[in-house]
Design a protein around this ligand. Structure first.
Ligand code: NDP
Length: 399
């Protein structure tokens, strides 16, 4: 039985707190800390059957984090604050001798640069202290890494190509809103696209490659756009037979229309501008006026479909396998007061923590999800709310 410290009380923090409280056989105590303590208190109040301690912390401040960890004495810190805080929280875990887990790679606040180099550089320090850090335990990155590892382990003798496809076939009815933190979402979507091909990253303009893709289980055709996503970096490193890796996401025409205007008028800039004697970052201002993703929960209907098409060789023949999950926004809201985007991130974060705390996934150092046994993880993920579906040997067009 383990004590966990969750940092971040946003959409994902809410789901993680609910799901840890449901897994009473693993979690004996939960402290939920964030910049705004009232948000932690509101989440704790939703879970009357599990006493949740709340705290205020500035996760950019290592001494503050160290003091909180020393006071609460958790076995694991589950970081679901923002990517900007990954390194400070890792530093505090090293100083206090506590394991670490997150769902998104570190990003410097002033450059939209997505890479694992900063966090991989902590490997030796975690190893020397006998500690474990698990990176990217959300859905993508996270479950998509696990699905790729499953394709390589069970369905293919050699995996050659992957297409990770993330569809939100849901609708919230708002003119423009993002399903998770708007600042993080818009930084990711407007970054130049990169995909992996024959040992090189190929860069193309953001959202410049598009296909129509026929999604399974009645979801039907939707437009998918190629973009960079961080799990490709760790997957091509740890599974070097992958020759081509691409990431695709659905966007509605309406979302893209708004995004184009916002970009054209400078509202997605992440550098400081002077306004009435004050320095402001336009994207941070935009976040303040857009709907809070948390408020979309009761409004969002429809499903998500996120998965991986893996192609390669099985018994000497070329073969494809599609491994995916479908998640219903309204069912998530009914269960944990959040839509499926936060749910599909928070559930794998909880399951990653369960794998570490029960010793099913253990190691000393810094790890990505594909480095462990995928079946052990998926066996827990399904009963926790995200079942895996597999179409073994289908035919999908090469994207
Ligand atoms: P939110 O913006 O809803 O929540 C972030 C939380 O972190 C807020 O409670 C915020 O506090 C808190 N926070 C921000 N800065 C600090 C700080 N300096 N100190 C303490 N707390 C802080 O984001 P989400 O819940 O949507 O996302 C959480 C994480 O999950 C992000 O890193 C995101 O990139 C990741 N994610 C990963 C996905 C995946 O599949 N792998 C998918 C979706 C998200 P306050 O409320 O005061 O601002």
């Amino acid at each position: 039985m383990s004590k966990v410290l969750i940092i971040g009380a946003g959409g994902v923090g809410r789901v993680v707190t609910h799901k840890c409280a449901q897994a009473k056989d693993v979690f004996s105590a939960i402290t939920l800390a964030s910049r705004t303590q009232s948000k932690c208190d509101a989440i704790a109040a939703e879970i009357p059957d599990f006493p949740i301690k709340t705290a205020k912390v500035d996760a950019d401040n290592v001494p503050e984090l160290v003091a909180l960890i020393q006071q609460e004495k958790p076995q694991l810190v589950l970081n679901v604050a923002l990517p900007y805080q990954d390194l400070t929280i890792m530093d505090a875990c090293l100083e206090t001798g506590v394991d670490y887990l997150d769902t998104a790679n570190y990003e410097p606040i002033d450059t939209a640069k997505f890479e694992y180099s900063w966090q991989w550089a902590y490997h030796d320090r975690f190893k020397e202290k006998g500690l474990m850090a698990l990176l990217g335990s959300g859905f993508d990155p996270g479950v998509t890494n696990v699905y790729t590892a499953l394709a390589a382990k069970k369905y293919l003798d050699e995996i050659h190509e992957i297409d990770i496809i993330d569809a939100n076939a849901g609708s919230h009815g708002q003119p423009f809103a993002t399903n998770f933190n708007p600042e993080i979402n818009i930084r990711e979507v407007t970054a130049p696209c990169r995909h992996w091909e024959n040992g090189n990253w190929i860069e193309t303009p953001a959202l410049s490659t598009k296909h129509s893709f026929e999604f399974p289980d009645g979801i039907g055709p939707m437009n998918i756009y190629r973009m960079y996503h961080e799990e490709m970096e760790s997957l091509v490193k740890h599974i070097p037979t992958i020759k081509k890796a691409q990431f695709w996401m659905t966007f509605s025409d309406n979302y893209l229309k708004h995004l184009e205007v916002l970009q054209n008028i400078g509202m997605t800039r992440i550098d400081e501008v002077e306004y009435q004697g004050q320095k402001i970052v336009p994207l941070q201002f935009l976040k303040a006026v857009l709907p809070d993703p948390g408020s979309l929960g009761p409004l969002t209907k429809g499903r998500t479909c996120i998965g991986v098409i893996a192609r390669g060789i099985k018994d000497g023949k070329r073969k494809q396998v599609y491994i995916y999950n479908i998640c219903d926004h309204e069912a998530c809201y009914k269960e944990v007061n959040s839509q499926a985007i936060s749910y599909t991130t928070g559930v794998p974060a909880t399951v990653g923590a369960m794998m570490m705390l029960t010793g099913k996934w253990r190691g000393e150092g810094v790890f990505n999800m594909e480095q462990f046994d995928p079946e052990l993880f998926l066996d827990v993920l399904a009963p926790m709310g995200l079942p895996t579906q597999v179409i073994d040997g289908g035919e999908w067009p090469e994207l």
